[in-house]
Design a protein around this ligand. Structure first.
Ligand SMILES: NC(=O)c1ccc[n+]([C@@H]2O[C@H](COP(=O)([O-])OP(=O)(O)OC[C@H]3O[C@@H](n4cnc5c(N)ncnc54)[C@H](O)[C@@H]3O)[C@@H](O)[C@H]2O)c1
Ligand SMILES: [Zn+2]
Ligand SMILES: [Zn+2]
Length: 376
């Protein structure tokens, strides 16, 4: 590769300040250092976690930054010590690394890894591979994909089937793996069970798809935007509830519908009150509620009696997937038509239009917008 070992000048969407539109800038991307991979991004989608960071997680010190973490691309070059990747490999970077060496990676019950950087690693600013207008830019969750090129640790990159369409499988870098895995890996939904999914964005719809794949017989889709219900049906939802149609708490509505509560509830709205409602919607004795959504604003409250009553409350990060192993499997499932992806994509745009894509998500007018970054 003509660019290997050199600084690459390219385009990226830079978040200079919280709560302000991103700015398309020329940036410089340094060559990968030891155990790093430089990736030419082909497609990136916008996930609600990008918005949480930009709009809610506002400390100025976390800016300027390049957001974006749901993407796919092609390896441009590799740093010293990298043996698993070579230029030309199709890859998906992801935000929960899998080092395979720490005690978390060695434990089959978790996908947390000691090397994970949740949000921003300010300590690494001086080592940032991104510069614009003479200023170092921070990296978001170890990825930063709203850019033509990024540099990612090799432990946070999955090599995928070269036949996979990158403008579709990019969704497996976050939202779809997250929702699907939350049902299959974290909740461990059982055949013939009854499930409720709160929030029908891409993450919630993927949770519906996961419940269906696990054999749930009834999947209740809950959202305050009834226009989402048609899509939920495509992924396997059987019942539809708009909390705004009811004067009583949603947990009571679900309890009446299910003779005492659902076996599994998955919360994908980003609203802490809904997190508590989702727990209360579970049947006593064995109900399992999984928090999937993220918020950086509030804390939840719940009565301890909910748990003493035999319910289990869990959280799920990236659907419990260990990325280097799990993402290639999810890509295979898509190629084998066992997992849907195309149906999540409501809009296609280019990286230049990233602010329009953010606005669509703010207004809840999209499921996923895929931004094309460079040709496949
Ligand atoms: N745990 C993880 O690893 C992980 C990974 C990716 C995303 N997330 C989080 O998952 C959440 C969902 O992401 P997304 O991209 O699907 O977002 P999204 O904005 O597309 O979807 C959210 C949905 O929730 C619905 N909603 C909002 N308030 C509601 C309420 N009170 N009751 C019922 N429905 C309500 C909205 O109408 C919308 O359909 C976000 O908080 C995101 O940050 C978590
Ligand atoms: Zn995400
Ligand atoms: Zn690890």
């Amino acid at each position: 590769m003509a660019t290997a070992g050199k600084v690459i000048k390219c385009k990226a969407a830079v978040a200079w300040e919280p709560n302000k539109p991103l700015v398309i800038e020329e940036i410089e991307v340094d060559p990968p250092q030891a155990n790093e991979v430089r990736i030419k991004l082909v497609a990136t989608a916008v996930c609600h976690s990008d918005l949480h960071f930009l709009l809610e997680f506002a400390p100025e010190k976390n800016f300027p930054i390049i957001l974006g973490h749901e993407a796919a691309g092609i390896v441009e070059s590799v740093g010293p010590g990298v043996t698993d990747f070579q230029p030309g490999d199709k890859v998906i970077p992801f935000f929960v690394p899998q080092c395979r060496e720490c005690r978390f990676c060695k434990n089959p019950n978790t996908n947390h890894c000691e090397k994970a950087v949740l949000a921003v690693d300010r300590d690494s600013l001086q080592h940032s591979r991104f510069t614009s207008k003479g200023k170092k830019l921070l990296q978001f969750v170890g990825t930063s994909t709203f850019s033509e090129y990024t540099v990612v640790k090799e432990i946070a990159v999955a090599k995928i089937d070269p036949a996979a369409p990158l403008d579709k499988v990019c969704l497996l870098g976050c939202g779809i793996s997250t929702g699907y895995g939350a049902a299959v890996n974290t909740a461990k939904v059982q055949p013939d069970s009854t499930c409720a999914v709160f929030g029908l964005g891409a993450v919630g719809l993927a949770a519906v798809m996961g419940c269906k794949a696990a054999g749930a017989k009834r999947i209740i889709a809950v959202d305050i935007k009834p226009e989402k219900f048609e899509k939920a049906k495509v992924f396997g939802a059987t019942d539809f509830v708009n909390p705004k149609d009811h004067s009583k708490p949603i947990s009571e509505v679900l309890s009446e519908m299910t003779n005492g509560g659902v076996d599994y509830s998955l919360e994908c709205t980003g609203n802490v009150e809904v997190m508590s409602s989702a727990l209360e919607s579970c049947v006593k004795g064995w109900g399992v509620s999984v928090i999937v959504s993220v918020t950086m604003k509030d804390s939840f409250t719940a009565s301890p009696l909910q748990l003493i009553g035999g319910r289990t409350w869990k959280g799920s990060l990236f659907g419990g997937f260990k990325g280097r192993d799990g993402i290639p499997e999810m890509v295979k499932a898509y190629m084998d038509k066992k997992v849907k992806l195309d149906e999540f994509i409501t809009h296609n745009m280019t990286l230049d239009q990233v602010n329009d894509a953010i606005e669509l998500m703010k207004q809840c007018k999209c499921i996923r917008t895929v931004l094309s970054v460079s040709p496949q």
